[in-house]
Write a protein that binds this ligand. Structure first.
Ligand SMILES: Cc1cc2nc3c(=O)[nH]c(=O)nc-3n(C[C@H](O)[C@H](O)[C@H](O)COP(=O)(O)OP(=O)(O)OC[C@H]3O[C@@H](n4cnc5c(N)ncnc54)[C@H](O)[C@@H]3O)c2cc1C
Length: 497
């Protein structure tokens, strides 16, 4: 009889594990607390507008990249048009504009024109990004299953990149920014990823993928992407239970044997996989009983992806001629959502007609915010919480008037997602929608996916890979099934959708 896999969480990681599990003869069931699949990879409809909550770039959007193979197997972007952006972001600082062109030659030329005095640093950055365009990481086979010969081949392939990668991943973006003599570039590089300790390597590799045109946005955005995964899973015979929250993992004699749902029902299986939030898995579902020293340290002194407000506006204005992402550094930080905002980034979704009716547009702003502020309001004073959301949108719209005069009168629909929205719908701890932040410290973390004293239990998903992202989530689901197949002594097989 086929082994039964119980999967907690129907986000990218859980659906991927389910799909590859079904392809390989396991009997899988996914339990998802929300009424739709996808986890943080989602979108919501308000009036005639769709507000997307996730994909800005999808690594593997183009054939020739191993992640593309995974998307094909998962049926995620089948027959979808891919939008590749000309610029990663267009950044306005004082009277200057820095274009982060995704074409590296163009980006380098532009920076050299802006800041000839920084020639050495600019050329060094461009050289690093160019080098990373040739990097091919192990994606289709987990290194845990490598034979000696495969390790040798992989070592030879990776050797030319190791020094560069270590240097880039150990350099905080803010330190890198300080190397520039030109004040505009110094501000630009410290602004684009304003996360404490954000590693230069994550920026460089993203630029390399964009240069290769393998980090585009699939037509229709995040929700169709997630629904495609569900469709693929069900077409392979998998069962997803929506609106079913897991309240506990049943352990007998050190073996995970099942799960208990919040409605009191229980399910038994051979393997339990948690693709849910790391904190709730370890501290609630497993009651903090199976923590390693490292896990205790990571969760006691967390380096989380910052909590944000997503303010989405449906506006009666055609913004097709505008760039898709424009950031502006403010002369004076302005307080929105309880925190001073030194810059404001406007994402314009007009590149894809799926999001707004003809002649209208969706714009979205993400603003870092204070998680505790929103949690306190949400739990202690719901009317004040709702009022604070309205105020945040009002404050943002007032600010946007500076660059889009008259916009206030053109807003037809508005929506504010707070860190509590992420907690409510996806349980991501403290609203950290990508889990751990991608920093110079977290890239060195080794987060265990199996726990001491607990057999037949695995963790996958963004809480086991710092920096998050759909590709690692999907890859982890695939890798885990490869490992289970290897342990069960059977070949791992895949099909394309
Ligand atoms: C605004 C935003 C922008 C992003 N941009 C990009 C991008 O451009 N490119 C990219 O690759 N990635 C991006 N990401 C990140 C990417 O979406 C995530 O890293 C990835 O989707 C995480 O997948 P996951 O399955 O690990 O986690 P999640 O999506 O969090 O899935 C976990 C699932 O578990 C469920 N769950 C939790 N607890 C329980 C329980 N007790 N019982 C049952 N179910 C439970 C949750 O409801 C959720 O569905 C972005 C994310 C956001 C929010």
């Amino acid at each position: 009889m086929a082994k039964k896999l119980l999967i907690i969480g129907g986000g990218g990681a859980g659906l991927s594990a389910g799909i590859y599990g079904q392809m390989n003869g396991y009997d899988t069931e996914i339990f998802e607390m929300h009424t739709i699949p996808g986890g943080v990879c989602t979108a919501w409809k308000r009036g005639d507008y769709i507000f997307d909550g996730c994909i800005h770039w999808l690594v593997g959007s183009k054939p020739g990249n191993d992640f593309h193979t995974i998307w094909k197997e998962l049926g995620a972007i089948k027959e979808k048009k891919i939008y590749d952006h000309e610029q990663f972001v267009q950044l306005h600082i004082g009277g200057k504009t820095v274009h982060f062109y995704t074409d590296i030659d163009r980006f380098e030329k532009h920076l050299l024109e802006l800041a000839p005095e920084d020639e050495r640093e600019i050329q060094r950055l461009a050289k690093s990004i160019r080098k990373l365009t040739r990097l091919e990481m192990a994606v289709l086979k987990p290194t845990a299953l490598f034979t000696v010969a495969e390790w040798v081949r992989y070592g030879i392939k990776m050797f030319p990149f190791l020094g560069e990668m270590m240097r880039l991943l150990s350099t905080p973006m803010t330190d890198f920014a300080r190397r520039f003599k030109n004040p505009t570039l110094r501000t630009a590089f410290s602004t684009i990823f304003p996360i404490d300790g954000f590693a230069l390597g994550f920026f460089a590799i993203t630029m390399a993928w964009m240069h290769n045109k393998t980090a585009g946005v699939p037509e229709g955005g995040s929700l169709p992407f997630a629904l495609n995964l569900k469709k693929r899973y069900e077409s392979l015979g998998g069962t997803i239970h929506l609106g079913k929250k897991v309240a506990g993992i049943t352990v007998e004699n050190g073996v995970a044997v099942g799960i208990e749902l919040s409605d009191g029902t229980t399910h038994r299986g051979d393997i339990v996989i948690s693709a849910a939030d790391g904190h709730s898995t370890l501290f609630n579902l497993l009651e903090g009983k199976y923590l390693t020293k490292k896990l205790k340290r990571y969760y006691a002194d967390p380096i989380l992806f910052p909590a944000t407000l997503q303010i989405s506006l449906g506006i009666r204005r055609d913004l097709r001629a505008d760039p898709h992402t424009v950031a502006r550094v403010l002369d004076q930080p302005i307080i929105i959502g309880g925190l001073p905002q030194p810059a404001v980034t406007v994402q314009n979704y007009s590149f894809d007609p799926s999001f707004a009716p003809a002649g209208k547009s969706v714009i979205v702003c993400y603003l870092f915010t204070d998680y505790d502020h929103w949690e306190k309001l949400y739990t202690a004073d719901r009317p004040a919480y709702e009022k604070e959301k309205v105020k945040a949108a009002d404050d943002l719209i007032a600010l946007l008037e500076r660059w889009y005069p008259g916009i206030g009168g053109e807003v037809e629909v508005r929506d504010v997602a707070t860190p509590m929205t992420y907690v409510r719908y996806t349980a991501n701890w403290r609203g950290a929608w990508e889990g751990w932040a991608p920093t110079v410290k977290t890239f060195k973390w080794k987060i265990p996916t199996e726990l001491p004293g607990l057999r037949n239990f695995h963790m996958i998903g963004q809480w086991t890979t710092p920096g998050g992202g759909l590709p690692p989530a999907a890859m982890q689901g695939r890798s885990l099934i490869q490992i289970l197949c290897a342990r069960d002594g059977k070949p791992f097989t895949t099909t394309e959708a």
